[in-house]
Design a protein around this ligand. Structure first.
Ligand code: HEC
Ligand code: HEC
Length: 352
């Protein structure tokens, strides 16, 4: 009797030890693959931030007069109150036209290896020049943007302050640089998962830890890891099994359109999974509305696995721990329109 009691307590102690071992093993495995989102922006190559540059960038981000219609700003499709996205399958831009792809969030985008679903812009400054000119987005021209900015004396003064010593500070490039420094401040630190990475074992519930374990064991981290839990490489969507043509429309061949390399057919940048619980609908086509369904699609399309309901639910529970503190951004007061400001053009005209 006494012996069996000793044996039993020994077994219980060992059981507890092995549980603790598995737990810290999961933490160590995670720390080796992921990093927390920092609370302050990283330094930008060739574009040092300053308070006046970030402030100008914030105004330009909310500035609808950068668009031909004077209606559409970056905020229209990357709403800072909606986790930096727009809740549309694919974005709606100039003249109510539907674009071909879903708008990714701008939050933490500074940590992505390159910008856009196909990585065609190398950084946020290069990226910012795209939407202003895209006919289905803001449908404007650099010349018209410069004319608009020069017609608003406050902007002329703010560009001079943000780019001191430059003879002609009001340029299209400087517009993009100012927006880049502002976007770099749109970070979401302090997610439960980041607190876990910092060593707080209680930051995740047991179910969320099970989900994290599955996420690692099934191979999700192979394409979604690092600080952004994604955004670091290009992979064919449908690596194991092609998803339905509704989710992967045949006409959008992804990175192939940028590189013309056959192996890039239907390759897309793995998106960041930061705040993914807030940025439905999912995939570049925006055809999947629930995170649970998106996780199941990933299992079959990327890993050739059928995740059962419980597994998919646990992984989804883990993904909700990637929601961080949302940035609180004050809407700027924009300069008053002058007589010289170009008037809104609502139709696309002949030139685009
Ligand atoms: C009409 C909607 C619309 C407007 C306006 C718009 N965007 Fe976008 N944005 C999109 C879409 C759609 C994509 C994805 C396009 C693609 O990948 O081909 C995108 C992609 C991006 C990305 C890349 C994010 C990533 O993870 O790859 C950034 C950054 C971005 N936009 C910033 C901006 C800025 C800055 C402005 C204002 C100058 C702006 N956008 C205006 C719809 C819009
Ligand atoms: C081989 C690489 C690869 C693997 C493995 C992988 N993914 Fe993905 N993931 C991608 C790519 C690429 C996309 C973008 C697909 C598209 O829309 O074109 C994506 C998209 C997603 C999305 C949609 C995000 C959004 O904002 O639209 C989620 C969610 C996701 N993956 C979760 C997972 C989970 C969970 C696993 C494991 C079960 C996983 N992924 C495994 C490459 C991968």
């Amino acid at each position: 009797m006494k012996n069996s009691c000793i044996l039993l307590s020994l077994a219980m102690v060992m059981f507890c030890f092995s549980l603790a071992g598995a737990e810290s093993g999961l933490l160590q495995q995670s720390q080796a693959r992921f990093q927390a989102v920092p609370a302050t922006p990283p330094a930008l190559e060739g574009n040092p931030a300053s308070t006046s540059k970030v402030e100008l960038g914030r105004m330009l981000y909310f500035e609808p007069r950068l668009s031909a219609s004077n209606l559409i700003s970056c905020q229209t499709c990357h709403n800072v109150g909606l986790a930096g996205a727009d809740l549309q399958e694919t974005s709606v831009g100039h003249g109510w036209q539907k674009g071909p792809r879903n708008a990714p969030t701008v939050f933490n985008a500074v940590f992505n290896k390159a910008q856009f679903w196909d990585g065609r812009a190398k950084d946020l400054a290069e990226q910012a020049k795209g939407p202003v000119q895209a006919s289905v987005e803001m449908n404007n021209t650099p010349e018209k943007v410069i004319e608009t900015l020069n017609s608003l004396p406050l902007y002329v003064a703010l560009f001079a302050k943000a780019f001191p010593g430059e003879k002609q500070p009001v340029t299209f490039d400087n517009m993009a640089k100012a927006i880049e420094t502002f976007e770099a401040t749109l970070l979401t630190p302090n997610a439960p998962f980041d607190r876990y990475l910092g060593g707080d074992e209680n930051a995740l519930t047991p179910a969320q830890k099970d989900g994290l374990q599955l996420y690692l064991d099934k191979g999700c981290a192979g394409c979604h890891s690092g600080v952004n839990i994604g955004g670091e490489g290009y992979y064919p969507f449908g690596l194991a099994e092609k998803p339905h043509s509704d989710i992967l429309p045949p006409e959008d061949t992804g990175r192939f359109m940028v590189t013309q390399t056959p192996s890039d057919q239907y390759s897309f940048r793995s998106p960041s999974l930061r705040n993914v619980a807030l940025t439905m609908p999912y995939f570049h086509s925006g055809k999947v509305w629930t995170l649970l369904d998106a996780v199941k699609v990933m299992g079959s399309s990327q890993l050739g696995l059928t995740l059962n309901e419980v597994e998919a639910k646990q992984i989804t529970d883990f993904l909700t721990t990637l929601t961080g503190d949302q940035p609180r951004v004050e809407h700027p007061v924009l300069p008053a329109t002058s007589d010289a400001t170009p008037r809104p053009v609502l139709t696309s005209g002949g030139s685009h």
